[in-house]
Design a protein around this ligand. Structure first.
Ligand SMILES: *Cc1c(COP(=O)(O)O)cnc(C)c1O
Length: 428
């Protein structure tokens, strides 16, 4: 059992000043019990806490750290940019360069606009889809999380799910009513929704690989059906690739599944660990944005030079090192290792993985949607989480979050993780 007394003292102090002691709810460890550790520094695949404990990190600041923490090319890019000015509020060259790079990597993007978070990206994409179609209603899927704007905080995943209040207080009922929520991977529900509401639907927004209620994959044919129905009804298809973008390959999940959305949302990796979001897609839709069109969207810090430099360094390094191949093989090693030790311990675990994203549900059934995910044994997960943490392995503190591998992880880290899991499984 590692000592975390400094973290505990900091958390007690933080509770006096910040609601729940944290600036984003999942960080409070409510889903697994106990108190969070406080980071002192992070480098490569490891995070070190204020008590000097070091952890192999599978959270990776919730996705952005795909090259590991404090990746040298990113740190250098930020340092160089900072010396030339930390914010301009004036156009600058790296905005153009990053836009060009995003377009080159994601063929469905003709034009892109940068903002400051994934939440801003999805919120703005929805407004744009409404402005473009002249319609109000949207479809989202239960368990999919698209940030914390009002209309999208309906049956959402991530912290909203873990906290057990998927519908947040403070969201007007009239706003929530514009959001139809469907179960994921259910073609009949989709057909029915379009039959009944097709001409009113401005947009369908989804995570092509839902990863905010753990991790599950689209069934074969499901995304194709979605594309067919949205196209036939003039509904804007929005791929929320805030998590999957640049992680599942250069063109994210849409590249992997061969889907061409009308709009895409990005965040996390696109900022290289600094606060960035982006949304982009068809030029005829994007050109409805101000100043060209009537759909307003803006940001004092949007296109921030440090964030653009960090994002550019991240995308360039991913491409230059073809990181996705390495991430795939590390992912496969982790999957094989963890599945084997779970099986040997006779613990039912549904291990899900795509590339460098993974989730082990403590359930014996396959998981294709939120209802399946909710069958997992959360108390057992909590024990597993703490057992791993005590052995220096940091997993996301909730059964309903995906894990992330970075290119800074080594096979030895994966091996150490599997050995730790083997020891913890023996105690469950
Ligand atoms: C993290 C996430 C968001 C929200 O991004 P923030 O930067 O936290 O606002 C939106 N959509 C998906 C799929 C995400 O994983």
């Amino acid at each position: 059992m590692s000592v975390r007394s400094r973290s505990e003292a900091l958390f007690a102090e933080s509770l006096k000043h910040t609601p729940g002691g944290v600036n984003s709810p999942v960080r409070a460890f409510r889903a697994v019990g106990g108190t969070p550790f406080f980071a002192a520094s992070a480098s490569g695949a490891r995070v070190t806490d204020v008590d000097g404990n070091s952890y192999i990190d599978y959270v990776g600041t919730w996705g952005p750290a795909i090259l590991g923490h404090a990746a040298p090319p990113i740190v250098r890019a930020i340092q160089n940019a900072a010396e030339r000015g930390t914010s301009f509020g004036i156009p600058h060259a790296q905005e153009v360069t990053l836009a060009q790079r995003v377009k080159a990597m994601v063929p469905s993007v003709d034009k892109v606009r940068f903002c400051n978070s994934g939440t801003e990206a999805t919120m703005s994409a929805i407004r744009l889809a409404r402005g473009f179609t002249g319609r109000d209603r949207i479809i989202k899927f239960d368990g999919c999380y698209h940030g914390h704007s009002d209309g999208l905080l309906v049956k959402a995943g991530s912290g909203a799910l873990t906290l057990g209040n998927p519908d947040s207080a403070g969201v007007p009922a009239d706003v929530a009513r514009q959001t139809l929520v469907l179960p994921f991977n259910d073609p009949e529900a989709l057909r029915t929704a379009f039959r009944e509401h097709g001409p009113e639907l401005a947009a369908v927004i989804l995570e092509l690989v839902p990863a905010n209620a753990g991790l599950y994959l689209p069934r074969p044919g499901y995304l194709e059906l979605l594309r067919e129905l949205t196209r036939a009804n003039g509904t804007v298809l929005i791929a929320d690739e805030v998590m999957t973008g640049f992680r599942l390959g250069p063109a994210g999940a849409q590249g992997r599944f061969g889907l061409t959305p009308d709009l895409s949302c990005f965040g996390k990796i696109i900022g290289g660990g600094l606060p960035v979001g982006a949304f982009g897609g068809r030029a005829d839709i994007m050109d409805r944005l101000a100043p060209l069109g009537p759909v307003y969207q803006a940001g004092t810090l949007s296109g921030n030079p440090l964030a653009m430099a960090a994002g550019l360094a991240a995308l360039e390094t991913l491409e230059a090192t073809d990181a996705w191949n390495r991430l795939e093989s590390l992912g496969a090693e982790l999957e094989q290792g963890l599945s084997a030790v779970a099986k040997a311990a006779k613990i039912p675990v549904c291990f899900q993985r795509i590339g460098s994203m993974f989730c082990g549900y403590f359930t014996d059934r396959p998981v294709w949607n939120l209802a399946d995910a909710l069958h997992s044994d959360r108390a057992r997960f909590a024990r597993f989480f703490h057992g791993m943490l005590d052995r220096g392995i940091y997993l996301a503190p909730s059964q309903f979050e995906a894990g992330f591998i970075s290119s800074a992880h080594a096979s030895a880290d994966i091996e150490a993780t599997v050995r730790a899991a083997e020891a913890v499984f023996a105690t469950l």
